[in-house]
Ligand binder design. Structure first.
Ligand code: GTR
Length: 351
């Protein structure tokens, strides 16, 4: 009896095993089908539904909400949308990825995909673009945009490919002006002062022509340099002066508008070369729309920041522009900038 008792449960057990086997076979079939789907998808260019977005880095020195940072965010949002979520750009603000000169180098190597920097750090890798920092080169914001959107501006974006960077677009930089911890009403007041400049040889010469001593310092370190008296002043646009709190220490601002250095949005050529023609177009389209958005944000920010500085008791003076122009004009005759003449002539001839 004992032997018989065991029989029904053995049968049940066997049935279980058989069912389990069927399940395993079913699952294997599904697995194989999935593998085929992925293989076909990858081989013939279709994207498997579960593909994760590729995360890309964009280096920015400004904080959240600053107009160029807003432009970066817009660009990132549009590029993601136009590539159906295949790419996601993360904006690293506040110089988190390094100084502008460092991140340009990293983008050349392909370590960082995108940089939004001033023209200044691009000069060390592509000297030709230095022409943009020549004083009083652009007659106005409109003149600058006509140049940037025209053959000269487009030439520079494309030509940087030679050094491992591709210019995607420009953002508005406003105009640069001097500000100091000491009273500042004229060129004479700059005499003998130590002035922070971007690491840019043209800015070094410009400050020397004004009788001051240029001190190149990375952007993130300017506030403490002003505070500790390492420098007596700096030069920048209104939004930088205020958003970096430089205005708390250097309260004297003179509107001399000595230069407009276009802001550059660049992509590493290493990454650019991996893109399809359609994705390259998507990137350019995203940048175009982001530029229009950034210009609007810029114009508003300039007014808002200036009002904020005045409300905090800063002294904002109108410069005698002719006096500044006369002092810096000899820079155009310096032999090291002789090759800029062809560009200067083209820019002057632009309406
Ligand atoms: C700002 C510019 C930054 C950075 C900074 C500087 O106007 O937007 O990219 O170059 O100037 O002076 O270092």
């Amino acid at each position: 009896m004992r032997k018989d008792e065991g029989r029904p449960s053995e049968t049940v057990f066997l049935c279980h095993i058989l069912k389990l086997n069927e399940e395993v076979v079913k699952m294997k079939k599904i697995g194989i089908l999935l593998l085929i789907a992925v293989f076909v998808g990858v081989t013939f260019g279709a994207v498997p539904v579960f593909a994760a977005a590729k995360i890309l880095k964009l280096a920015e020195v400004h904080p959240k909400g600053y107009p160029t940072e807003m432009g970066d965010q817009k660009f990132s949002e549009l590029f993601e949308k136009l590539t159906q979520g295949r790419y996601k750009i993360q904006v690293y603000g506040n110089s988190q990825l390094g100084s502008e000169n460092d991140v340009v180098e990293q983008a050349k190597l392909g370590v960082i995909e995108f940089v939004r920097v001033s023209t200044s750090p691009a000069i060390s890798v592509f000297p030709e673009i230095g022409v943009y920092s020549m004083p009083y080169l652009f007659r106005s914001q409109d003149h600058m945009w006509n140049v940037l959107n025209g053959p000269v501006g487009q030439h520079f974006l494309a030509a940087m490919e030679k050094v491992g960077l591709v210019g995607v677009g420009y953002f508005d930089p406003g105009s640069r002006n001097f500000y100091t911890t000491k009273p500042l009403k004229s060129v004479a007041d700059l005499k003998g002062l130590k002035i922070r400049v971007q690491p840019n040889p043209i800015m070094v010469n410009l400050v020397k022509l004004l009788g001051a001593t240029p001190t190149p310092i990375a952007y993130a370190e300017v506030y403490s340099a002003l505070q500790t008296g390492v420098v007596d002043g700096a030069e920048n646009n209104v939004p930088s002066w205020v958003s970096q709190n430089h205005y708390e220490v250097a309260k004297n601002f003179i509107k001399d508008a000595h230069a407009r250095l276009p802001e550059l949005l660049m992509v590493s050529k290493k990454f650019w070369d991996t893109l399809s023609a359609a994705d390259k177009k998507a990137m350019k389209d995203a940048a175009k729309e982001a530029t229009a958005f950034q210009i609007k944000a810029w114009n508003k920010a300039e007014d808002d920041y200036l009002a904020q500085a005045k409300a905090k008791g800063c002294i904002v003076s109108e410069a005698n522009i002719a006096e500044f122009q006369k002092a810096v004009a000899p820079i155009y005759a310096m032999p090291e900038y002789a090759s800029y003449k062809q560009w200067v002539d083209k820019i002057n001839a632009t309406k």
